[in-house]
Design a protein around this ligand. Structure first.
Ligand SMILES: [Ca+2]
Ligand SMILES: [Ca+2]
Length: 317
């Protein structure tokens, strides 16, 4: 059948007065496809990435023909690898992937046009989309915690027509276009980011949901002693055998580090117990939680009384 194309004479040599006919019903929604104006698409917008057209599911193609002479008699098409058919209706496709329509037009006096082929890629799959947290969240029993200044990135991939847009919304707000990393401005507590992506032929993925918690509060640090100090005249007295004890609690996540300083010395990692020499001392401490929040420096002044009391007997005279 394909040998017919070599027989096609040049239509301009027909010498017949100009007249035209078309066998495709006019449709105000039709659009030319690529450079092959003979093929038009209906039922969905096409996208061209510079090398080939992409079409969504449901698209149909019609072959337009025109003859400035005796008029068009038939359009012959070869759809993908199927046998030649006389085309009478728009051509639809089911499978995702590359397709082709080869076509040839015959006029009423037996002239055949050259065979042309239109190729496109059907894209029926929405992009895959995922969200990535800059801070690797801390898993607690009620959920995953991130710091208040965390950033989220949304990444979408589409293997055919490509990603056109990503949208997201925070805490039930309006969907907005994703252009750059999402920088949180929310406060401690539970939050939700919903997000989705669309490809260039209009396939929109399902809405994904990311639930997370913000830990925006630093631990609370307390410095004391074991046994407890004896307070006298506003001074905390402990014996040389007592230990300095530092505790820290975090409302949302865990305390991962407690640093302490004695008398403005070098910072050290706290481990129980701390023993002090006799005299006046100042102990300072700070704690860091699992998402990196640092507490204020807590301060504790203590007087270590390392001398045993003495007892004496006074002789009566
Ligand atoms: Ca796609
Ligand atoms: Ca915290």
């Amino acid at each position: 059948m394909t040998a017919q194309q070599t027989d096609a004479p040049d239509q301009e040599d027909s010498g017949v007065a100009p007249a035209s006919s078309t066998n495709v019903a006019a449709d105000s929604t039709v659009k030319p496809v690529g450079e092959e104006k003979e093929v038009i698409a209906t039922g969905g917008a096409l996208y061209n990435d510079g090398s080939i057209d992409y079409a969504p599911a449901g698209v149909q193609f019609a072959v337009q023909s025109q003859d400035t002479g005796a008029g068009v008699k038939s359009i012959y098409v070869w759809v993908d690898n199927s046998a030649m058919q006389t085309n009478t209706a728009p051509i639809g496709f089911n499978a995702e992937g590359r397709h082709s329509i080869a076509f040839q037009v015959e006029d009423n006096v037996g002239n055949l046009s050259a065979m042309k082929t239109y190729s496109f890629i059907m894209d029926t799959t929405a992009p895959e989309v995922k969200i990535i947290s800059a801070f690797k969240g801390i898993q607690m029993t009620n959920g995953v915690y991130v710091p208040a200044d965390n950033k989220f990135m949304i990444i979408a991939q589409d293997k055919l027509s490509g990603v056109k847009s990503i949208e997201y919304a925070i805490d039930g707000g309006a969907m907005q276009t994703y252009n750059e990393n999402i920088l949180l401005t929310e406060k401690s507590g539970m939050h939700t980011i919903v997000y989705r992506a669309a490809d260039n032929v209009g396939n929109i993925g399902g809405t994904m949901t990311n639930v997370f918690y913000i830990d925006g509060t630093a631990p609370v640090v307390n410095i004391g002693s074991d046994p407890a100090a004896f307070s006298k005249d506003g001074v905390n007295f402990i014996s040389g055998k007592a230990s300095i004890v530092i505790t820290a609690k975090d409302a949302d996540t865990d305390v991962v580090s407690i640093m302490y300083y004695i008398d403005n010395g070098e910072a050290a990692q706290y481990s129980y117990p701390i023993k002090l020499s006799g005299g006046e001392h100042t102990v300072k401490a700070m704690a860091i939680d699992a998402v990196g929040n640092e507490s204020q420096l807590a301060e504790y002044k203590v007087s270590v009384d390392a001398s045993d009391p003495s007892a004496y007997v006074e002789a009566e005279k």
